[in-house]
Structure formats: structure tokens, C-alpha cells
Ligand binder design. Structure first.
Ligand SMILES: [Zn+2]
Length: 294
């Protein structure tokens, strides 16, 4: 069983999670995060009553004690992520709270992703999020779910969400981070883009968070929660920055309906000069059929 002694001298989210996983080779999935936090010297997990914050951590610079606080109104997956995030602050010794003795983390903090941010506060929050994500979705267990698929599909996001007991957003981010395909994943609500996650090689989009979903998008049709569309050819001119069109030879769109007017959109780009390639070469038979119909 892992103890804090095993983590001595390790400071980075990746390093810490690697050591935890090597000390716990048979770690249960979904990760029993509360149990694990107690094992790593978190004395208590209590309700956080401070308005406007999702989680908190009571500790001191020496980390001789640690108590995690979580808002009572969180859904289970959010609660799990928040506990893992606070555990990250506890285990990363150079993380310092804005107020002596108490970290307080709000929705914005829990959404920070840039671990290279020049803002020290945002960087710490992003590191705590990275720690949480790695711990709840251990890469050695996550990769086979993504690599094992021949073609990318939002079905895998649902599989990650269920297998690791994380929110669909956390699942979507991990899905993009570990994907070797050229993908973008967009969260939309009532016809507007809310968030965009992309693989590094994905071409520049003509739209940004806050913009309406492009005309002709599959996502403008009504999808009931849980309904998953096929991956259909989409109009590149609607989605991509005009300067990018010369290096993209195809685009596929897939939509997953969500509750409360939300939907998730997967864009898969086929890269390369449009004149030099067989557009059907990388397609599934289903995609080929859709392409020809289109
Ligand atoms: Zn935090």
C-alpha cells in the first residue's frame, strides 16, 4: 500500500502519480479516491461551507496535517475530481495557498488546464487538475481504451466516463490528450459552442467558444440525451480557418446528445493536399458509404 514516504522527493503531478501507481499495481478502477487520500495522510474529508467554492484544503507549509473540504452540492464525479485536485495541492509541496493555511478552489480554478501558465496561481491550479486527471484515469489503464479502437468515436468518451467514474468533460479532455488521430472535441449548448479541446495537429478552426455552431452542422439537429450519430462528412469551409483549407482533405462530424440542451461534437480531420489523396483511403466502410451518398 502506498504511503507518503514512497513519494518523498517527488514534486511533479506526473512523478507523483507514477510513484503512486507503482506502489499500488493493483489499484481498483474506478480509483477509490477517498480511501487513497486517507492512505496518503488526509485525516478528514469534510463538507465545505464557504459559498462560491467547490473544494478546499486545510494544511500547513510543512504538510504535517491535511484536511480536505468539498462542497456538498457536487455530483459524484465532480466530488471525486475535486478530492483528487485537493490531494494534489497537498502532495505538491511548493503549492502555496493564497490565504495562510487554507486552499480554496472555485469553478475557475478547477477548470485551469495550462500547466505552463505565467500566472503562478493558475499554474498551481492546472497542476492540481493534471494530478487529479492522471490519478483518476491512470494512463496505463486509459491508453488501451483509446488505442484499442480502430476509428475514433465519442463512444469512447462515454466508456472513459463510465469506466473511471469521471465527468464527461474530464473524459473528453483525456480522450483528446491521448489520441493519435487529428481530432477536436467541442461542447455545445443551445446552438452555441461552449468549449473546444483539440489535438495538437488539428487545423485552426474558424470558430471559438461563444460562437454559434456553423450552419449545416449535424449538431444543429435535435439529439436526445445519449443519442449518438454516425460520423458523417462535414463542410470544411464552415469549420476551418480559410488559410487551413489547403492542407485539409476531409472532415467528419459526429454528435452525442446530452441532457439540458448540451451536445458533444467530435470533428475528425483528414490531413493532406486535397488533390493528391484518395479521399476514401482512411475511411471506415460506413464513412465511405456516407461520403458517397454525400
Ligand atoms: Zn485548487
Amino acid at each position: 500500500m502506498v504511503s507518503r514516504l514512497d513519494l518523498d522527493g517527488t514534486y511533479s503531478p506526473h512523478g507523483l502519480v507514477t510513484k503512486i501507481l507503482s506502489a499500488e499495481p493493483n489499484l481498483r478502477i474506478p480509483v477509490p479516491i477517498e480511501e487513497l487520500a486517507h492512505q496518503l495522510d488526509i485525516a478528514e474529508i469534510n463538507e465545505l461551507a464557504t459559498e462560491g467554492f467547490l473544494g478546499g484544503l486545510l494544511t500547513n507549509p510543512q504538510r504535517s496535517f491535511g484536511s480536505i473540504l468539498v462542497s456538498a452540492n457536487l455530483q459524484r464525479t465532480r466530488r471525486r475530481f475535486t478530492i483528487a485536485h485537493e490531494l494534489g495541492h497537498f502532495l505538491i509541496p511548493y503549492h502555496t495557498p493564497q490565504e495562510e493555511g487554507q486552499f480554496l478552489c472555485d469553478k475557475k480554478a478547477l477548470g485551469q488546464l495550462d500547466t505552463k501558465s505565467r500566472n503562478q496561481f493558475y499554474r498551481m491550479e492546472a497542476e492540481a487538475n493534471q494530478f487529479a486527471s492522471l490519478l483518476l484515469m491512470p494512463p496505463p489503464r486509459l491508453r488501451p481504451l483509446i488505442d484499442g479502437k480502430r476509428f475514433p468515436s465519442l463512444e469512447t468518451v462515454l466508456e472513459i466516463h463510465q469506466t473511471f467514474d469521471v465527468s464527461k468533460y474530464a473524459a473528453a479532455r483525456a480522450y483528446i490528450e491521448y489520441n493519435s488521430e487529428c481530432l477536436a472535441l467541442l461542447v455545445a449548448r443551445h446552438g452555441k459552442i461552449q468549449a473546444i479541446y483539440k489535438t495538437r495537429d488539428f487545423p485552426r478552426l474558424a470558430i471559438a467558444a461563444g460562437d454559434p455552431i456553423p450552419n449545416n452542422s449535424l449538431a444543429l439537429s435535435r439529439f436526445s440525451p445519449g443519442a449518438l450519430s454516425d460520423s458523417d462528412p462535414a463542410d470544411m469551409h464552415e469549420w476551418f480557418d480559410i488559410d487551413e483549407l489547403s492542407r485539409v482533405r476531409g472532415l467528419y462530424e459526429q454528435v452525442l446528445g446530452q441532457a439540458n440542451g448540451f451536445s458533444m461534437i467530435q470533428l475528425k480531420a483528414l490531413m493532406g493536399d486535397p488533390d493528391e489523396y484518395d479521399p476514401e483511403a482512411d475511411m471506415t466502410s460506413k464513412e465511405r458509404l456516407a461520403y458517397r451518398r454525400w
